[in-house]
Design a protein around this ligand. Structure first.
Ligand code: PEP
Ligand code: MG
Length: 756
């Protein structure tokens, strides 16, 4: 009999048993008979997890007196091994297996062959289904497959009958109850505890056995269509990276989406009597098993992609399409995702979102910048986070040390609480610096401003005592909106921001859309085929093309700043004419407002971001025309090193504290000397103490940084003698030591300055 026919025959019979009015024990007794009979197996037994131990619940062929007597721990004997590893065993000679344990009460000594499959509920083993035979033969593949399909049905039946401990079924099953520590790359520092919530929640398969096979086939067919459509859409997106799905991933998606083998196997599983959801999961289980046997990292990556795609298919077929944000967070949560876009992160309830764990991620990806602004710790590059962490697991995220503890013990929780309390104390100490002005040890006033992008960021200005907003990323309002924000809405936001800032300056940067900040409602023909969106049709390039967009933003800013000073800054300026063109748009709007006799800003100061290296070569032309220059080290670094800031593989490769970056910044500082132009660094680099120390050494006197960095940077500034660090920096840059980072660390340690 084929696997399909065997499984279907068993499933049809099981369906009847499940629908019958028998007592759960009676049902299990019938199930082992049906399976044994159909597979022509002398023994068939069901072990279920009760109180963390596997207990023989029903058997055909073993001594009936062993039922509810034979018990084994997870990890103990063959049955326990299957449960612990959630994997299938198929042995011609059971006694030859190193884990074999003999249980005399079962009378199993005469059976040589043994096969067992885990009964899985919510990805953990809640029991084991075994067959045994007198002849020493391995069970055939078709038989194993039939068993695996049956185990899925059993899982549902067992769950419905409440036969296993609810605890075990829900996630604290013994196989996953041990604490575990995973490591990653610190993207945003901080400590947080909460339960694991998957950004793309796992689909709960409610029904396993199909009522109408034709209807299930149709559902899968339509779901495949929809999935392919989605993938085509992704491919056509100007910027393919919102979910962290890079081009190679897209290629793999396409390959699998059109893979006939995959859809055929799903259809076969449906033929055997499973629902569409169960069939997808069934095929996925089988693939997982096969892959486990192949130790190839490249294939493991592909497997990851297939898992993603299978999940996507499951979401479509089950209609459960929303992310965890759309369902709302019910308790303190730590979000788990492969990667996220900034807009996706902003959809979460800030009060409940305590931390983020990404399998990818890099320091300057915009999602990380947003998280930093929200004060949410982020740990990136945690390999297989979505496999090793289960939804609902308790997590202690220690992004300071680059690790997360899964299912922590009470003593670990206690130690963590103590560290959190210390952290809070430290934060409170920084908060005290709110009123203290950041004068260096030698008496120079350093300007420490903060970066912002949303109305919600504004309270941080008072909380941190920052000198103003050195970078207001206006595109964030666009990112969190489903449609283009109307001019009135923009004006309201800018007005609120200026009001909240009072007499402190705010630098509004015009929209920087593109790169890893794409908007579904704003596509440009020119960006459609961008192979490299970060260097493509983004920021000012796009804004100048979409003059309507820039005009309306200019009007909104000019109107909002009536009676104030308006500081406006243009992103990604590569050549002076781009600045001129952008300024002309503002001047045009200003002339219009003047004509209308509207109230105008008291003063307009224009500035540019220096993030494209080419601009540094034309500073002599640009400087006389601008009031301020802001060095965006996030983009500058990616362009100087030709290293995509959002590429997780490059996240740790290049150091900000490297001679290339530092010499470059020093050139800019030197070139601007003597010009009445404020020079600020507004990239993420300035918010980190060691990097900030380096910048002070280069002559940078103005920083605009993440709000959480304001306290620590003020504290640092007060301990530094600028002349001393300047001299040291000159020496290091003239003849760079093997590690500039180490040199800075040593320099600080010798002076009792903490850089952590
Ligand atoms: C930068 O590039 O350094 C910067 C501050 O701008 P953004 O991070 O928004 O690109
Ligand atoms: Mg930038």
């Amino acid at each position: 009999m084929s696997a399909v026919a065997a499984a279907r025959s068993i499933l049809t019979q099981l369906h009847e048993v499940m629908a019958s009015r028998l007592h759960p024990q009676g049902k299990l007794n019938q199930v082992v008979e049906i399976i044994g009979e159909t597979l022509d197996s002398e023994v068939c037994s069901i072990y279920l997890l009760r109180e963390g131990v596997l207990e023989l619940f029903a058997t055909r062929g073993l001594n009936q007196s062993a039922v509810h007597v034979t018990r084994m721990g997870v990890g103990e004997g063959l049955t326990g091994t299957i449960a612990a590893n959630v994997e299938t065993l198929n042995l011609a000679q059971a006694t030859a297996h190193p884990e074999f344990q003999y249980r005399p009460e079962t009378g199993e000594e005469k059976f040589h062959s043994f096969a067992g499959v885990p009964i899985v509920r919510r990805e953990r083993a809640v029991g084991v289904l075994t067959v045994q035979h007198v002849d020493p033969r391995r069970y055939e593949e078709v038989e194993i497959e039939a068993l695996q399909t049956v185990a899925m049905v059993l899982a549902e039946m067992i769950d419905n009958a409440g036969l296993v401990d609810a605890e075990d079924a829900l996630g604290s099953g013994a196989a996953f109850s041990e604490p575990d520590t995973l490591e990653g790359l610190t993207l945003v520092k901080g400590l947080a505890s909460g339960v694991a919530v998957f950004h793309q929640p796992r689909i709960n398969i409610e029904h396993i056995v199909a009522e109408d096979i034709e209807a299930e086939r149709q559902r899968v067919y339509l779901a495949f269509d929809k999935m392919r459509e989605q993938i085509e859409q992704m491919a056509n997106q100007a910027e393919f990276g919102v979910d962290g799905e890079h081009e190679a991933v897209l290629e793999t998606y396409k390959m699998f989406a059109y893979d006939e083998g995959w859809s055929r196997r799903i259809n076969e599983a449906i033929d055997s009597g499973l629902t569409a959801e169960a069939a997808i999961e069934r095929v996925q289980q089988r693939t997982r098993m096969r892959m486990r046997e192949i130790d190839d990292p490249l294939l493991a990556d592909r497997m990851h992609d297939l898992e993603d795609l299978a999940n996507r298919l499951l979401r479509i077929v089950s209609g459960q399409v929303g992310t965890a944000a759309s369902m709302g967070l019910r308790e303190d949560a730590i979000l788990i995702a492969r990667n996220l876009g900034p807009a996706e992160l902003l959809e979460y309830d800030k009060r409940r979102l305590k931390g983020v764990i990404l399998e990818e991620g890099s320091l300057t990806a915009h999602v990380v910048i947003v998280a930093r602004a929200m004060g949410v710790p982020v740990l990136g590059r945690v390999r297989n986070a979505r496999t090793l962490i289960r939804e609902g697991n308790q997590l202690l995220l220690d992004a300071d040390r680059g690790m997360v503890t899964v299912r922590p013990s009470p003593s670990l929780i206690e130690a963590f609480e103590m560290r959190s309390a210390k952290n809070r104390e430290r934060q409170a100490a920084y908060a005290k610096l709110r009123e203290v002005e950041p004068f260096s040890r030698c008496g120079t006033r350093i300007t420490v401003m903060m970066n912002a992008g949303l109305r919600d960021d504004m309270p941080n200005l008072n909380l941190t005592g920052a000198d103003g907003i050195g970078l207001f990323r206006t595109e964030f309002q666009f990112l969190v909106s489903a449609a283009m924000p109307q001019r009135e809405r923009q004006t309201r936001l800018y007005r609120d921001v200026l009001e909240a800032a009072g007499d402190r300056p705010v630098v509004f940067r015009t929209v920087d859309i593109g790169g890893d900040k794409s908007l579904p409602y704003l596509r440009s023909e020119n960006s459609e085929n961008d192979e490299n969106p970060a260097m493509g049709w983004r920021a000012l390039r796009l804004a100048l093309e979409r003059e309507g967009l820039l005009k309306s933003q200019a009007r909104a800013l000019l109107e909002a700043a009536a009676g104030h000073t308006l500081n406006v800054m243009f992103p990604m300026v590569s050549e002076p004419w781009e600045f001129e063109a952008a300024r002309a748009v503002f001047e045009g709007q200003l002339a219009f407002l003047k004509k209308q006799k509207r109230k105008l800003p008291n003063q307009i100061r224009y500035g540019v971001m220096l993030e494209v290296p080419a601009l540094a070569e034309q500073l002599d032309i640009l400087l006389p025309r601008i009031s301020f220059l802001s060095i965006g080290t996030n983009d500058l670094t990616q362009f100087l090193f030709a290293a995509d800031r959002a590429n997780p593989k490059l996240a740790e490769r290049y150091d900000w504290v490297s001679p290339a970056i530092l010499r470059f910044i020093r050139r800019v500082v030197v070139a601007t000397a003597g010009h009445p132009v404020d020079v600020t660094v507004c990239g993420e680099m300035g918010g980190r103490r060691l990097e900030a120390l380096a910048l002070l050494g280069l002559g940078i006197r103005r920083l605009s940084i993440t709000p959480a960095g304001v306290g620590p940077i003020k504290e640092l500034v007060r301990k530094v003698d600028l002349e001393e660090i300047g001299e040291a920096m000159n020496g290091w840059l003239a003849s760079p030591p093997p590690s500039l980072r180490k040199a800075l660390e040593d320099w600080a340690t010798e002076r009792g300055i903490e850089l952590d």
